[in-house]
Ligand binder design. Sequence first.
Ligand code: MN
Length: 291
Amino acid sequence: MTTNTALRTETVARPRSVERLVVGKATSDGAGVKLTRVLTQPLQRRLDPFLMLDAFGSDKPDDYIAGFPDHPHRGFETITYMIAGRMLHRDSAGHEGLLENGGVQWMTAGRGVVHSEIPQQEEGVMEGFQLWLNLPGRDKLCAPWYRDFAAGELPRITTEAGVEVTVIAGESHGVVGAVTRDATAPLYLDLHLPAGTRFSQVLPAGHNAFAYVYRGEVTVNGTAVPLQRMAILANEPEADGVVIEAAGAARVLLIAGRPLNEPIAQYGPFVMNTEQEIYQALSDFRDGRLV
Ligand code: MN
């Protein structure tokens, strides 16, 4: 286990305010998996370098059982965080891994992979999130990379206030997360806040940031953020971080990153800088060159 007490305090003097609350859109993807798209395509520029956040959660097997059969990706990274359930990943680069309760799968698609994500359960709850993180243009055709982290391998901190923090990416309270990335500097925290606690996190003013509440409700700089809402945090130039308060027990994803400020061209599972690069991805996929 990698549970730590906080190595240092995050001191936030001027917390960011909530710019906007967003309700996700119910949709289905893959072979009919029901999910909620929290970060949709119209928010890609505002939340650069993040391209998508899907939340899935159901105890009805019909909502998830068919999973995501073979499909390609190119030009970005996918981060799947499984709260509950079992999902098997297989890809054309030869990686295979079982993702279960509390585990994270980080896949850098780079120049391309074809993969499948198939539930390994016929009943019970399947709950989790998939986040898409963009790659800078110079890295979009890099070699694919992949890693599974079991729950026990993820760095975890308990703050003085008693907030449990899983550091999936970035750094919090002096603890470095499972994955770091130079270009986008992603921060990805899962916060478990007991009733009556407060959590502070330093954030660079220029980084885009949002919080998604998946249990309970919280308050961010005076704004109530209800269950299943994403709060987009304002980029006030003088702000130095975020403070999240929970009157009752709550769980929140806190996600932030450095914007790439590059053109975004997306066609389904391909995210490049130009349309020409999208046509290239489509023809490479058609001709079997994405594997
Ligand atoms: Mn996929």
